[in-house]
Design a protein around this ligand. Structure first.
Ligand code: TXA
Ligand code: MG
Length: 339
């Protein structure tokens, strides 16, 4: 059975943390909140524990896991040749939604956490619960998002429970996450560094510290993508999802034509377009507020799955700032389809 323990600011939570740490030290997995999404953690040095992550999620075992740490000094325990500009990024943005990929120090992290990779992705999450857990554990946590593989990442404990109940022993409930999309994955082993996955920390914020970075180009046929997670169709809702232009008249026409086909439609969009005539409308905040869209997107996709909609339309946003991560996730959920 899956147990849920709540931790909040109004009580002494040390017993809850100790319970989570005891489970982790025994080689089991625990779900916990970060500032981006909930993670499913296991002691990164324990191969059997790490295997349990793949089993619980149904995750392909060729997809490396991010290793979470509680102190910047720990980077050198797991990584080799950490460049100066990486230190500048850590000083500025850690703890925060930035995963840095380094050459891996051999023999420390369990082999199956970074299967076949000579590199390791490290991140220090900016969440009091995650940091307290890491400090109490005093060890590294391998943790992917705590969803079943192919589902949107969980932004609240209820999402984790929905996906993983009966498959994991414990969920530490720290409320809703804030950033809402996963961390930015930046490969520091290339020069200039390469964004392998856009995320909660924007390209603009990275470039303000270290200058221009590369974006992972669309890999040519047959070439392995370097953030293997990016090759799987992610966040797929149960009904087909289409991205649609941010224009009220366009949305109203789309809804009408879907209705003429005798189908029902759910729309994910800003507050401003709620009167579009859709059968279900899930608002993700003001049109100008891209961070609100990031925060609310995965919950909205999950809510669409609870409806009887035949088609989902998701209103696009500009691909700048955190909008780059939002549009990356939306186009994946849509498998590239636009209405
Ligand atoms: O915000 C986040 O990053 C969340 C929270 C829980 O920290 N975690 C997360 O993990 O999103 P996951 O496993 O769902 O996504 C990790 C991504 C995958 O696309 C994976 O391929 C890539 O990071 N990745 C991890 N280690 C890598 C490495 N050594 N080289 C290249 N890509 C790596
Ligand atoms: Mg994930």
């Amino acid at each position: 059975e899956t147990k849920i323990v709540s931790v909040d600011n109004h009580m002494d939570n040390s017993l809850s943390y100790q319970q989570a740490v005891d489970i982790l030290k025994s080689g089991e997995v625990v779900a916990f909140p970060t500032e981006t999404v909930y993670g499913l953690g296991a002691l990164a040095t324990d191969e059997t524990a790490v295997q349990r992550i793949y089993d619980a999620k149904g995750r392909p075992s060729d997809n490396p896991l991010i290793v979470h740490i509680g102190r910047q000094e720990d980077v050198d325990k797991y990584a080799l040749n950490v460049p100066e500009h990486a230190k500048a990024l850590m000083e500025r943005y850690w703890p925060g939604p930035l995963t840095l990929v380094f050459h891996k120090r051999p023999g420390v992290i369990a082999e199956n956490a970074t299967p076949g990779f000579q590199t390791v992705g490290l991140r220090m999450p900016d969440h009091p619960v995650a940091l307290e857990l890491l400090r109490t554990l005093d060890g590294p946590l391998a943790a992917p998002s705590a969803n079943r593989s192919g589902k949107p990442s969980p932004t609240e404990a209820a999402h984790v429970y929905h996906d993983l109940k009966g498959r994991i022993p414990l969920i530490v409930d720290g409320g809703r996450t804030g950033v809402g999309v996963e961390s930015t994955v930046l490969d520091m082993t290339t020069e200039p560094p390469t964004i392998l996955r856009p995320g909660g920390l924007t390209r603009e914020m990275i470039e303000a510290v270290i200058g221009p970075v590369h974006a992972e180009s669309k890999t040519s046929e047959g070439e392995a993508p370097r953030a293997p997670g990016m090759k799987y169709m992610h966040y797929a809702p149960e009904s087909p999802l289409y991205v649609i232009e941010s224009d009220e008249a366009v949305i109203q026409r789309a809804v009408s034509s879907i209705h003429e086909d005798g189908k029902r439609v759910a729309v994910i969009g800003p507050d401003e377009y709620g009167d579009s005539g859709a059968d279900w409308y899930f608002s993700v905040g003001a049109r100008s507020d891209q961070q609100a869209m990031a925060t609310n997107l995965y919950n909205a996709i999950r809510q669409c799955d609870e409806t009887e909609a035949d088609i989902i339309l998701a209103v696009e946003t500009a691909s700048t700032g955190v909008g780059e991560a939002v549009m990356n996730r939306l186009l994946k959920a849509a498998d590239g389809k636009r209405f």
